[in-house]
Structures are given as C-alpha cells and as structure tokens.
Design a protein around this ligand. Structure first.
Ligand SMILES: [Zn+2]
Length: 396
C-alpha cells in the first residue's frame, strides 16, 4: 500500500501542469447561476473524464443543467461518493475585479476567477484524483463515484436534490469538496431557515393617520423586539466547531408613498440554525417575541411564514469516514482535527438520510462569492493528493 501511495503521489506531481490547465478550462467555461447553464463546463469535465474512463453517466433534469457520475470500479462496496457543484454565483461588480473574472489568470501561484475556489477547484481536484487512481491501476475493493451537479447555488432542485429524489444516489460515505479553508476536515454545517414576517394595518391619508393603522410602525416594534432579544438567545447556544447561530433581516418592503398610511409591511429573515435546533424550535423563539410585542400593543397584526429551509448536520467524530479522513491528513502532514463548515452545502441532502458526510476542499472561504476570488495552486494540488489518498484508505 505504501508503494502504491508513493506511485500515486508521484503521478499527481507529474501531471500538475495538466491539472492546472484543466482547472483553467473549467474557470473559462462560465457557468453563472442563475441562469445556471453548465453545458460548457460539463463538456470540459467530460473531455477530461474520457481520457481515463468510459464509466461516465450524465443525468439531467433540464438539458442546460446536466449532472454527471464518473465511477471507478462500479458495483464495489463500500461506495465513496465525491460531490461538487459546477455552477457559480455571478461575478458581481466587474470593476471591483483586478483581473477578468473568467480569464483564469495566474499570479503569484494563485489562479483568479469566479468559481475557481467555490468550487471548480474542488471539482477539478476530485476528478484528477480519480485519474491518478485509474492510471496507477489502484486495486479498489469499493467504488469511487465522482459526482458533479449543476445546481447548488440556487438550492439544488436540478442538482443534488433532483438526483436524490430520482434515486440516483446510493453511497456509503460522502465527501463534499466545498472550501474548508485549505483542505481541513469539516464534519458539521449549519442549517438555514428563510422567514417572511408580515404586518398588516389599515390605509388612510397621511394627514389623518389616526384613521388608519400603520403597518410599518408595527413592523418596527416587532423588529425592535427581535433585535433586542434574539441575538442574546442565539449567543447562548453552544455551537461547537461551528460559527454561532445567526439571524439577519435581509429585505424590507412596505408602503406606497410618503403621504399614505401603509397597510402592509414585510421583511425576509435568514436564520442559521445549529445541529440540535429545528424549524419548530427556531420558529417558536421568534413567535414568542412576536407574542410579547402583541401583549404590549394589541393592534399588531402579524404573521410569520417559513419560505424555505435546509437542515443542519453533524457527522459523529468517531464515524469511520471521519477517522479515515484524519488518517489521510496526518499521512500528508496536515491538520487532522475536525472543524465546522461555515456555509451551507449539498451535504445536507446526504446527511439527512443518515449517510456519513464530511467536507474537504481547497480555498479560503472569505474569497468565495467576492470579487477577485482566487485559489492557491499548491492547495489545489494538495487537494488532489488528499482525495486520492482518502479513496485508497477507504476503498482498497
Ligand atoms: Zn459552493
């Protein structure tokens, strides 16, 4: 096994230039979501996959958003699934970029571009790891499935969510290649709930406001209650390796003109929940604060609706996959301790079905979704090594 690992590491070193050129191809194949047309980037993936295997299967809910499965040793057990997404967020204000957002420019050993870190780097590394295993004829007992989806940034309805619903997944273990701040091992992530909080009033002329009921004034009272009472409750919740639970009022809408008493107001709230919290518990906390405001002002007419949600998860630190990942990192002289993932990933689709799921990926989270997104190329090559060695540890 040591000899095999040595050969595979040498193979990865020898094809570094090819691996970097492949990553550049993925970055240049713009795949901004929305609209999420990933056909060009998928073509680049398929071209690379077909240089080493014909076990390639494309599954699409819509033709412009294909998903792919690339399998080594089909049918073997256990099955280790490597998952990544090929869509990216938009480049945003292009004037804020020092380089062309889809140019894959390399400076100071870093590649720049929208999606290079989140997460074409993780995807490219997963596929190049599979290539190294295949070229060195790694004697796999289990199977390695490399799966890239086209729709993660807008929720996964055409991506991992669709594949799960349609019964295309059957892994024993899952590694998601999202950014974990230089290939750390993340075993937990927060969940998210999106709320619409609405108040209703009665419209009237602004010169006689006492005839109406101002829905914005009522919303201010509710927001004041939430802002003064919720943050301290969230701070008290133990978050372990994860950042704390959060609450953010993201949008506010209400009123038709300065001279009209508004009869409706609505805010959208993003609430990040920790493992152990549920939609029910988080919603009950907000309702309690609304009820208190209502006790002080019976004219408040408010409703709270859940518009969407994704569950949090935490994989047990003594789960075999976590221990295999730790061993792999320690073999590479990298930190083998467990951290929390700071954002939300497709990992939830697997974790909520009880499949052990972790995240390991190159890049720094603070560069994702920002201008001048970049990836250090040594982290990228290190990720290829990590994915290849982890597959060996898990599957041989
Ligand atoms: Zn991502």
């Amino acid at each position: 096994m040591d000899e095999l690992k040595r050969r595979i590491r040498a193979r990865i070193e020898s094809f570094q230039d090819e691996a970097i050129a492949f990553l550049a191809d993925l970055v240049r194949a713009e795949s901004v979501n929305p609209p999420g047309d990933t056909r060009r980037v998928m073509d680049a993936v398929l071209d690379m996959a077909r240089t080493f295997t014909d076990q390639v299967r494309v599954v699409a809910a819509e033709p412009e958003a294909p998903n792919v499965f690339i399998t080594l040793h089909p049918g073997g057990r256990p099955q280790l699934l490597y998952n990544g997404h090929l869509d990216t967020v938009p480049p945003g204000d292009v004037s804020q970029w020092r380089v062309e957002p889809f140019g894959a420019v390399i400076r100071d050993n870093r590649m720049y571009g929208r999606g290079v870190a989140d997460m074409k780097g993780g995807c490219a590394a997963m596929l190049m790891a599979a290539k190294a295993l295949q070229l060195e004829n790694a004697p796999l007992r289990g199977s390695l499935v490399v799966n890239f989806v086209s729709d993660e940034e807008t929720g996964g309805a055409r991506g991992a969510g669709y594949l799960m619903e349609q019964g295309h997944y059957d892994p024993d273990m899952v590694v998601v290649g999202e950014i974990t701040n230089r290939n750390r091992i993340a075993i937990a992530e927060k969940g998210v709930i999106v709320y619409a909080l609405s108040t209703r009033g009665r419209t009237a002329h602004a010169s006689t406001p006492w005839v109406g009921l101002n829905a914005i004034d009522k919303m201010v009272k509710l927001l004041h209650g939430l802002q003064t009472r919720l943050p301290e409750r969230l701070k008290e919740k133990p978050s372990g390796s994860l950042p704390p639970a959060t609450f953010n009022v993201g949008t506010i809408q209400g009123g038709v003109g300065f001279n009209v008493v508004p009869d409706a107001c609505q805010v959208l709230i993003d609430r990040r929940i920790l493992p152990g919290e549920t939609i029910e518990s988080a919603t009950a906390e907000i309702r309690e604060i609304i009820d208190q405001a209502r006790a002080e002002d019976p004219d408040i007419d408010a409703s709270l609706d859940v518009l969407g949600s994704g569950p949090p998860f935490e994989t047990a630190p003594d789960e075999a996959l976590c221990l295999l990942a730790r061993r792999t990192m320690e073999e590479m002289g990298r930190p083998g301790d467990f951290v929390g993932y700071e954002q939300v990933s497709d990992g939830r689709f697997f974790a909520e079905r009880g499949i052990p799921t972790i995240l390991i990926g190159p890049g720094l989270a603070r560069t994702a979704h920002t201008p001048n997104e970049h990836l250090e190329l040594d982290q990228y090559i290190e990720a290829i090594q990590a994915y290849a060695l982890l597959a060996l540890n898990a599957l041989v």
